[in-house]
Design a protein around this ligand. Sequence first.
Ligand SMILES: [Zn+2]
Length: 618
Amino acid sequence: MRYGPHLLDEVLRRTDIVQLVGARVKLTRRGQQFWGCCPFHKERSPSFKVENARRTYKCFGCGKGGDAFRWLMETEGLTFPESVERLAAQAGVELPKWSPEDEAREEKRKSLYDVIEAGCAFFEAQLREPQGRAARDYLASRGLNGEVAKTFRLGYAPSGHNALLEHLKTKNVTMDDAVAAGLVRPAEGERGARDFFFNRVTFPISDARGRTVAFGARALEPDAKPKYINTGETSLFSKGQLLYNFAAARAPAIKAQTVVVAEGYMDVIALVRAGFDYAVAPLGTALTEDQLGLLWRTAPEPVMAFDGDEAGLRAAHRAARLALPMLKPGCSLRFVFLPKGEDPDSFLAAQGPARMKAMLDAAEPLSKVLWRVETEGKDFSTPERRAGLERTLAEIVGLIGDAKIADYYKRDFDQQVFDAFKRRAAAPAAGSAYGADRGKAPARGGKNGAPFRKPPLLPVSSQLKASLVARAGRAGVRQLKEAEIARCLLAAPEIAVRHGEILAEVPFSDRSLDTLRHELLNLAASSFRLENPGLETHLAARGMADLVARLGRGPGAPADEVSGGDTDAEAQFLRAAQELRDLAEIEPERQRAAERLRAEATEANWAEYSRLKGSSGD
Ligand SMILES: [Zn+2]
């Protein structure tokens, strides 16, 4: 699909999103906005907002939101191109005609689907033939009968090297197409063209729409290497972008609001048979960003099921690291570690579905797994090792893309470090970061050994000093803008109430200012009376005395007059926030995103473009 951003914008401009959403959700007008009960989560009082001005919908309860395209994808399960076509037709926007090359390419793709389908039917038939006996025996040894084979369209690629090739010839499939479909290896040197799969059990892999596009295959000979292979990359198949069983699992996963990610085909089949029909698996590689994106379209916290051994923990570690930059409020991962030596298939056979369900329900959150990976079985008996751990944890927090989530992770890790090492210390050691902070924050510090509700934050003065030290160029300008915004907030704290959404999006690079921002937003949300000097006292009690003092003394503080001062601060805040946004290199990024979108109007490119344009509602 090749529609430029302008055309897609045009479709959205001409779409009445209130009417579109209103067809499914009862909406009530409040000023320029329409509110209703969110269709994505259960609620009694409306926290779901639709706005024609911004052309978005947004739920403040579960966080779901987006434009009209996303609405159709979320509620009707349409693909992005299908959503575009539907809305364009309704809005009377003419989509550009396909070029002859586009048409030829589409024709080619269509014929490849047919070729792969022919291959799939051939493998299925071979499994029932006498030569499929070894394959049937293997499946039976794993507890799979003919009915299961039929459901999952399992098959057998015969031994010999050209059984499929010969079959495809009888179907008038050209050699080019057989090769392009990934079913046949082209001739090479002395060797003629030959089948890609032979003497293997085949597992068809389908795309998100349920069309077979590739195969995974398991060797039957015990010493064949590798044990599993799958179709190489073709124009229809890229193994990092699909998940095994995704098309079938999608609807059940959306309904159950959970999806289980197992390691292999057999695990998925075992899970589905045991009633977990929302099970999927990556295709022989570690989870990719694209696959994580697919998973999050079905459920907010996909559950990764790993074997409970070293390799499982390492795989979990990789998945966790991959997810960090992509985390969004409400979107995370959870993890299940099966007992040592078990995979979901063997665990289900030995323990049954009820135990499996209990395991899945008790899946560990991402933050806990990250902590375990870094600490389990390790010795932190020296100060250097503990400091090393804190540095590693800080690096993990640094990988998190979303500032709000990064802040929560930092608090969570601080608490765990505190619980693990510092609580044991008899008294707060003078000069230690935590000890010093505790002294300054009597409102939060408990008696010695008493639990802290929230972990104390590291002192901010050194961070701020480092950040405000004159740095040359762009980075320095950013720091100054950030400080300017913070000053505006202190001068007119109700900005946090009036412009909470803008404040939440300010790309602070300075962690201490980020902390200040979150404190203000929390206060605004808890209807704390946001006014000075009560606020400064409160912030001081939160360990931000140095920050407040420094900001107050700095140049460029907004006029703090009794009348008009607040409005000035507000205007200054809005201007500075916008400038900072642009400075944060959204502009060049936005241009790159627009180019990518022009080159190919995929859902991912549109989502990225919308996000950078600030109109996605996310
Ligand atoms: Zn909701």
